[in-house]
Design a protein around this ligand. Structure first.
Ligand code: AMP
Ligand code: GLY
Length: 424
């Protein structure tokens, strides 16, 4: 079959690498892709939110299946757009419709969903401009630290952890009254702070059946030792040693099953990925957030551990027979180190030539923010390359991924040298 993959980051590079290995994939197209995805298929110059452009690409390339990488087109209704159009209605889209994507698109929706289905999560309450005074009072009675979350998509920036009441009240005002995060903060969820260690759990579902993909740990802070500003993610490791069988059983029983069943009970059709951001609080799982897609840089560590034909699993999601598909997971350890541009996560350098990727021997180099300038690969994004090593033991995987980044060069590059070493 011909497959169209939407997106242009490291996640999409890892998807493309895996899809291209499938005998079921005749031709792979990536829109818009990056300088690396061209190794696995054909890049198309179409933006992920250009639905008409995507429709044209689907028709002209005889696409049989569309896999959506990032959340934005899902929240904006790309799946619904396909279903409403007679010419592309029968092309399956992997990724939920707009209503299901609200699990990520609205924190208030996801908190209410969890409450309705008794899914463990931090206590919370939602406020708007009209209920600002109530919100300020609520903060005064809440413990510290306290977490403020913009309801809508805010490019990963909409969550604030406040250490004092004064700070929390000032931030609440600024989010609700001064649109600190634009429209996204017209509603704010105030949430209890959870103490624990985080991990990302990934579920693939056809709406009735589900498969649990390899879990991963993401390293969000820019600095070594988990210090400094939050980023999209500076590295990842899979599997996660503290997510042992007993913990994962609790996750399946208390979170995954009620989530899939809850969607079904509420008549929210859902075909795609559910990314569950979890806190392990002394062995008890608490949901921090849902995302309606795979994680980045988690996917770069998850895909190499999937031994089965990934396209066959995608077909299972599309056809509603995921229960009949096989998911085999490697026992090996995958570690990913992100190489980022100088200045990231603030304003960062761009258009720097990248050299040395050909010297990497024992890792995959997944391109994230790159483009081709003639024959030269250059940087275009904050997160530039994801270097992933798959090895028999964790120490070797971490060491190899970290060592292989040193073989690559671009002006101003930065990466963390401590990804995963806390897990040893
Ligand atoms: P989110 O966008 O919901 O993933 O939040 C971003 C980050 O904020 C998470 O990855 C956590 O590190 C942190 N966070 C969010 N909610 C909480 C919470 N209730 N308690 C502690 N940390 C949180
Ligand atoms: N790595 C976290 C995310 O993809 O949202």
């Amino acid at each position: 079959m011909n497959i169209l993959l939407l997106g242009s980051g490291g996640r999409e590079s890892a998807f493309a690498w895996k899809i291209a290995q499938s005998p079921k994939c005749k031709q792979l197209f990536i829109a818009p892709g990056n300088a690396g995805t061209g190794q696995y298929g054909q890049n198309l110059d179409v933006k992920v939110t250009d639905f008409e452009g995507i429709k044209k690409a689907v028709l002209s390339n005889n696409i049989d299946l569309v896999l959506v990488g990032p959340e934005e087109p899902l929240v904006k209704g790309i799946h619904d757009f396909f279903l409403a159009d007679g010419e592309i209605r029968n092309v399956p889209v992997i990724g939920p419709r707009a209503e299901g994507a609200q699990l990520e698109g609205s924190k208030d929706f996801s908190k209410q969903f969890m409450q309705r289905h008794n899914i463990p999560t931090a206590t919370s309450k939602t406020f708007t401009k009209d209920t600002l005074e109530d919100g300020l009072h609520y903060l005064a009675t809440a413990g510290l630290p306290v977490v403020l979350k913009a309801d809508g998509l805010a490019a990963g920036k909409g969550v604030l952890i406040c250490l004092s009441l004064e700070e929390a009240q000032a931030e609440l005002r600024s989010m609700l009254m001064d649109a600190k995060f634009g429209d996204a903060s017209s509603m704010v969820v105030i949430e209890q702070f959870l103490q624990g260690i985080e991990l990302s759990v990934f579920v693939m579902t056809d709406g009735s059946h589900y498969k649990i993909l390899p879990e991963a740990k993401d390293y969000k802070r820019i600095g070594e030792g988990d210090t400094g500003l939050n980023t999209g993610g500076m590295g990842s490791v899979s599997p996660v040693p503290f997510a042992d069988a007993a913990f994962m059983q609790k996750v399946e029983e208390r979170v995954i099953i009620p989530t899939v069943e809850g969607l079904k009970a509420e008549n929210i059709p859902y075909k795609g990925f559910i990314f569950i951001g979890l806190m392990n609080c002394e062995g008890e799982p608490q949901v921090i957030e849902y995302n309606c897609r795979m994680g980045d840089p988690e996917t770069e560590s998850v895909m190499p551990r999937i031994e089965s034909d990934f396209v066959d699993l995608l077909i299972g999601v599309a056809e509603g027979n995921l229960d009949q598909k096989e998911l085999t997971i490697s026992n090996k350890i995958a570690a990913t180190v992100m190489m980022v541009s100088g200045g990231y996560p603030g304003d960062y350098l761009k258009h720097k030539a990248i050299t040395g990727t050909e010297n990497v021997r024992d890792s995959h180099v997944f391109h994230a923010g790159t483009y081709l300038d003639g024959e030269t690969v250059k940087t275009s994004g904050g997160r530039v390359l994801a270097v992933t090593s798959l090895q028999d033991d964790m120490f070797t995987a971490l060491q190899q991924a970290t060592a292989d980044t040193s073989r690559i060069y671009f002006d101003g590059m930065y990466f963390r040298k401590d990804i995963g070493f806390d897990l040893l």
